[in-house]
Ligand binder design. Structure first.
Ligand code: HEC
Length: 175
């Protein structure tokens, strides 16, 4: 049977669509074609946030050296995100795992005296100091998460983030 001119099925479809919209705001927009009420802002799925903007390029580092360094810092961004959510949402095991991975990241070694063609020569001394500091502070976060100590977790995470920013700063400004 053809619904020529009948508006009823359309209205029902519209109602159903509206109902399903109300029930599941995260669902796909209704297919009735009618532009419905403005959709609730879609929560940013973690997958969308996969890419971080990354650090700006430091002006002193040859591109090849930077590429190498970026590769070494590969897991960095991923762990950082997990750590942030793990700590702030009190997912102790997530926080602990991420903090432990950060603490055990392979470290860049200080250049041996006299070595010149080394990427590490280009990096400022404080880079290495902060690298060690980050490791200790990440261990503190892991320990706090392991103890389910929320206060220590907040404090140790705050301290760790200070070190993250400091290192990115000395890296960019070569200080
Ligand atoms: C020892 C120095 C150092 C410390 C400490 C450090 N970072 Fe980094 N970080 C770097 C360097 C170097 C890069 C890569 C720089 C580039 O892209 O040129 C980087 C890159 C990043 C990126 C971008 C990754 C990408 O995909 O481009 C994120 C995110 C990041 N760091 C987060 C953190 C967080 C969070 C912490 C603290 C838990 C931290 N970093 C601690 C040196 C450090």
């Amino acid at each position: 049977m053809k619904h020529t001119g009948s508006k009823v099925p359309f209205a029902i479809a519209g109602l159903l669509a509206a109902a399903s919209f109300l029930l599941a705001s995260a669902a796909e927009p209704p297919k009735s074609g009618k532009p419905s009420a403005p959709a609730a802002p879609k929560a940013k799925a973690p997958a969308d946030a996969r890419e971080t903007p990354g650090l700006p390029a430091p002006d002193y580092l040859p591109e090849a050296a930077r590429t190498l360094l970026r590769k070494k810092m590969d897991r960095h961004g991923l762990d950082a995100k997990e750590l942030m959510f793990g700590v702030t949402l009190l997912r102790y095991d997530v926080a602990q795992g991420a903090a432990q991975r950060i603490a055990s990241e392979p470290r860049l070694v200080r250049p041996a005296p006299g070595s010149e063609d080394d990427l590490n020569v280009a990096l400022p001394e404080r880079f290495f100091v902060l690298q060690d500091e980050a490791r200790l502070r990440a261990q503190a976060v892991a320990a706090a998460a392991g103890k389910h100590d929320d206060r220590a977790l907040a404090e140790s995470y705050g301290l760790l983030v200070q070190t993250c920013v400091s290192c990115h700063s000395v890296y960019l400004k070569r200080q």
